[in-house]
Design a protein around this ligand. Structure first.
Ligand code: ZN
Length: 230
């Protein structure tokens, strides 16, 4: 029992040393939070690097980055407060470099953060019933981005978004084209479209710093509230 405890502590220290020696191998990370005390789990947040514009001057990559900051270390019970190591990818980097960074860092979960509607600026047909929070899953049984995970991540976040068409949708179908990031090689891969940025109500929601703690809640629930290790 005592030996096991020592081994666990050593394992944690060596993984912490690994982080220190391998800071941003691709130069992609915007910020890294080395949280103490920690539960030992690493969460990689991968914000969209797309310049899609929405209503009221909204630009997707800046919105996604700000969601990431809030989810990591913002208002409320964010990921850092919950004891996770967190890395936020850079919006100046490519999807490939963020995937590689997440894998090299040995993230436990990779979470892509986008807002929906592509380059549609402001769409008068967007209303609550056709807006909402979407998550994406990959149907293959060998995928790290399972439907179960997508449904879970949707459930804990979507209750806050003003749109009511909150869904987990299958990758590479009518809801989304091919996304290479679905195949990030870490144990769990989640992909969010956090509301639509082509209606003012959606943009107001995306920009408000009141709901991003739910990402930490979802992660906690998925991993069973991992206890602090030291
Ligand atoms: Zn996007």
């Amino acid at each position: 029992m005592r030996l096991l405890r020592v081994l666990v502590v050593l394992a944690v220290f060596s993984s912490a040393a690994f982080v220190a020696l391998n800071v941003t191998p691709t130069g992609a990370a915007e910020y890294t939070w080395n949280t103490y005390p920690t539960n030992g789990y690493k969460i990689y947040l991968s914000p969209s690097s797309q310049g899609n514009q929405g209503c009221n001057g909204y630009v997707e990559k800046f919105g996604a980055r700000d969601i990431g900051y809030e989810a990591a270390a913002g208002y409320g019970n964010d990921l850092v407060a919950r004891g996770y190591f967190v890395k936020l990818g850079s919006i100046s980097s490519s999807i490939n470099s963020r995937m590689l960074e997440s894998e090299t860092w040995n993230a436990r979960m990779h979470i892509a953060i986008h807002t929906n509607a592509g380059s549609t600026a402001c769409n008068s047909n967007r209303v609550a019933s056709n807006a909402g929070t979407w998550t994406i899953y990959e149907p293959s049984s060998s995928s790290n981005a399972t439907k179960a995970l997508a449904e879970h991540m949707r459930y804990y976040v979507a209750g806050a978004s003003p749109g009511t068409n909150d869904i987990a949708c299958r990758h590479n179908t009518s809801c989304t084209t091919y996304i290479s990031e679905m195949y990030t090689d870490v144990p769990y891969v989640a992909y969010y479209e956090m509301e639509f940025h082509d209606w003012p109500t959606g943009v107001s929601f995306i920009r408000s710093a009141t709901w991003q703690w739910r990402i930490g809640w979802a992660v906690d629930r998925w991993f069973g509230y991992p206890p602090n290790m030291y």
